[in-house]
Design a protein around this ligand. Structure first.
Ligand SMILES: [Zn+2]
Length: 349
């Protein structure tokens, strides 16, 4: 899930003006658009759009049944993310919903985050991986658990920051990402932090503080994991991916052999999203990012000549509104189609 705001250049807003040229309305787009010649990227986008679309319809009906109008509205926004695309001069423009549970938006967000954090993290001499968790809980406890996760972690880093300022102790430096798994057999939820620390000592301090905070009743040492980071970029991608895991995991592309067992539990997902709403899923601690140098805003552009494409669920692709031609040529593989049709579980848990 995405937690931070998008960079300005990634936000495309579309507005139609009423001047009619060549039988079309003019369209105003913001942002630089994306390269239309990258067909693999386009196909990936069509795949994400298709998965998102199916999932959102399920989530919308869950939110309706649970009486959660705010979430329902947010799910609808994501349902319409990139619904209509405009192409002009080899560039592609669309409007993003910017919701954290949108796979289309999160894939952009992911690339941005890697560009931002990798240059900083690669200067760390001995980065460590840390997974912090507690005993799994029931649905009705999840909001409270997640609140305590975030507040508790903040309290730990804050305490050490103050000690450090007084000249005794160590400033804890790292990044963290909150994730929550659902266990369909036991019907429990397991929130956990994935953390990369600047060094081993930071990871050890966090670990011991975490165990103290939650007490042995909730957090036992063997459930936590601490290890050296061997491949930084892969590790960073993992952490950022956790932040956007909801729809990319269970990883649909790797489920070819598990199509009978792969299940997506929509009600559980809605419970997790409700509990995480308004919470900072990804965060850094103990350091700031260098100031971005290129935040020049790209001026809005008026497109007089363009093609308009509308997403069509049965084609799993965007279709030209005038000609009916498909945009990406993406074909929904049968295993994925089968998962989306049969393995999305929205029964009462
Ligand atoms: Zn979106």
């Amino acid at each position: 899930m995405c937690s931070e705001k998008f960079g300005k250049r990634e936000i495309y807003t579309l507005a139609e003006s009423r001047t009619n040229k060549a039988g079309q309305f003019n369209v105003i787009v913001n942002g630089e658009g994306s390269d239309l010649s990258k067909t693999d990227a386009l196909k990936g986008r069509a795949k994400r759009k298709t998965i998102t679309q199916v999932m959102m319809l399920k989530l919308i009906s869950v939110a309706q049944n649970e009486g959660e109008p705010e979430l329902e509205k947010a799910y609808w926004n994501t349902y319409y993310c990139q619904q209509n695309l405009f192409t002009s001069d080899g560039r592609l423009y669309g409007k993003y919903c910017k919701n954290r549970f949108c796979t289309l938006c999160c894939s952009i967000r992911k690339a941005e985050m890697i560009n931002k954090y990798h240059p900083v993290l690669k200067k760390w001499k001995e980065p460590f991986f840390l997974t912090l968790t507690v005993k799994s809980c029931k649905a009705e406890q999840l909001s409270r658990y997640i609140k305590k996760f975030i507040q508790g972690f903040q309290r730990i880093t804050e305490k050490h920051r103050k000690r450090y300022q007084r000249g005794k102790g160590k400033k804890l430096i790292g990044i963290r990402s909150l994730e929550c798994n659902f266990n369909p057999v036991r019907k429990t939820y397991n929130p956990h932090f994935h953390i990369i620390t600047k060094d081993k000592e930071t990871a050890e301090i966090l670990l011991s503080e975490w165990l103290k905070l939650w007490t042995p009743k909730f957090a036992k040492r063997p459930a936590q994991n601490i290890q050296k980071v061997t491949e930084l970029k892969t590790g960073l991608i993992e952490i950022i991916k956790y932040g956007s895991k909801i729809f990319t995991e269970p990883d649909l592309k790797n489920r070819k052999n598990q199509k009978d067992t792969a299940q997506i539990y929509v009600k559980a997902l809605n419970i997790i999203l409700t509990a995480m709403k308004g919470k900072r899923i990804f965060d850094r601690f103990g350091f700031n990012l260098p100031k971005a140098t290129n935040i020049t805003q790209i001026p809005a552009k008026l497109l007089s000549y363009y093609n308009e494409w509308e997403y069509d669920m049965t084609s799993a692709d965007w279709v030209n509104v005038m000609t009916g031609e498909k945009l990406s040529g993406y074909e929904l593989p049968s295993y994925l189609n089968s998962i989306l049709e049969n393995n999305i579980n929205d029964s009462i848990l």
